[in-house]
Design a protein around this ligand. Sequence first.
Ligand SMILES: [Zn+2]
Length: 386
Amino acid sequence: MSAVGTSGAVLEWLSHRQGEMLQLLEAAVNIDSGSADKAGTDRLGELFSSFLEGHGIATNRHRLERYGDCLSAEVPAASSANAGHILLLGHMDTVFPAGTASRRPFCIADGVARGPGVADMKAGLVMNAFVARAFAEVGGNTHPVRLFFTADEEVASPASRSLTIEMARGAKAVFNAEPGRPTGNVVTGRKGAFFINFEVHGVAAHSGVNPEKGASAIDALARKVVELHQVADLKVGISSNVGTIKGGMSVNTVADHAQAQLDVRFPGTVDREALRARILEIIERDSTPRTCACITHEGIFLPLDSSEDGNRLLEKYRVCAASLNMTVKGEYTGGSADSGLTASVGAPTLCATGPVGGDVHTDREWCRVETIVPRSQVLALTILDL
Ligand SMILES: [Zn+2]
């Protein structure tokens, strides 16, 4: 088949798949898969592996202990293989706890699909799976098309990080199927982030009888929060937010325990090791006598910086979108994602290629149904063009 014939056949194949895509999306959304819910994310992995295996695409399960297993699959190149594979990346975990899907299951009204994780990013996973299937059935891809699904992205990918890097190494292009922006744009730049949980320990005492015997963990934590917020420098793009705090036992006890969760975002231009050292110093310093603090969890997202390779990939994607009458641009966002990891090993990376959606991480999350097939077609066309 000629190149034009091939792309026509792949586009045609995808154009008939909206019903099947929505079926798979419904099944995926109705499986709870919060990052902490290994059983749930593993069930979702099984849904996708049985879908792919059922269509003749062999899958590989990468077993992990604490978080959900990762899933990979590869559709070999139809013709003599060119250097480098295409990586279609996505995460199966959501920010929602078990029970959310039964409380507000998948539904569609007025062309908008809803349900936990529908846009972030189960619609993107469905799109990736169908694009792989299109090449498995129609052929025409001159590069191997590899799928990789992780299950801990929402907590900064502690377990899947090295696997994602391995999957991206040597890739001709990486497409991360985070939701397309409400404008239809994709993402070419993202901030990096530190997610750090920490605890402060003090000494308990009766706050009326012998307060001098106590050392307040809450007092020490509060001082650290003020200092941690001062790390922010919006002029250079650094933000800092302690998003949760907990501590103490009763109103009349000097608190012997307190804990907090910190999220610091930074652009690629910032010296991140220096920034990290400053944060750790504030947390670990003994700010008040007889208290001590320790870090209980540390996650990092790498920033996605604009690069020449990334810009070239965007340009190809943009031209393919235009040929299907869609206008797409690249955007910068403060949100972080695994695309920073893949770009860090030099793989040209485009992010937010998934179907268009928004209000992610809330119960208002939505995904525009009519974008599912066209976004798959742009992705397929771009792959054929590489
Ligand atoms: Zn996401």
